[in-house]
Design a protein around this ligand. Structure first.
Ligand code: DQA
Length: 146
């Protein structure tokens, strides 16, 4: 079965307790289960990961280069300034869906910019934890129409 890599960045391991008014009460473990279910329905396996370190995310992108059919990435705060992660995404030839749980455009100014978006095939934000399911469908759709 082809794999979709779902890569999560810093502080997303705290979902459920972290600012629930912004991120909701769903935990990352719940999101993982739901993402795997939706991916299976679409005919894909999932490699789901979370890293607080920038370098670990870059390494996951390197693995994705050879192992992933598509990548879903919520790089969290790194989204807004990590050129290392942006370069890692730029390197990939598979579909990449950039994802944010919150509507970053309705928040602080520093969240309005993404150094990753120019290299993403699709960007989803503001749909809450459900965004992960949307991202799987978007990735599957991109792959079907590639
Ligand atoms: C986030 C938005 C980022 O601005 C923030 O730093 C995060 C999570 C989101 O999923 O809404 O940690 O990527």
């Amino acid at each position: 079965m082809k794999k979709i890599f779902v890569i999560n960045g810093p502080n997303l391991d705290m979902l459920g307790v972290r600012e629930p008014n912004i991120y909701g009460k769903t935990t990352l473990a719940d999101i993982r289960k739901q993402t795997e279910k939706v991916a299976e329905e679409e005919g894909y396996a999932v490699e789901f990961s979370q890293y607080n370190g920038e370098g670990e995310i870059v390494e996951a992108l390197h693995r994705a280069y050879t192992e992933a059919a598509a990548v879903i990435i919520n790089a969290a705060a790194y989204t807004h300034y990590s050129y290392a992660i942006a370069d890692g995404v730029k390197m990939l030839s598979c579909p990449v869906v950039e994802l944010h749980i919150s509507n970053v455009f309705a928040r602080e100014d520093f969240r309005h910019g993404s150094v990753i978006s120019p290299y993403a095939s699709a960007v989803i934000c503001g749909a809450g934890a459900f965004g992960y399911s949307l991202a799987v469908h978007a990735a599957a759709h991109k792959l079907k129409n590639a």
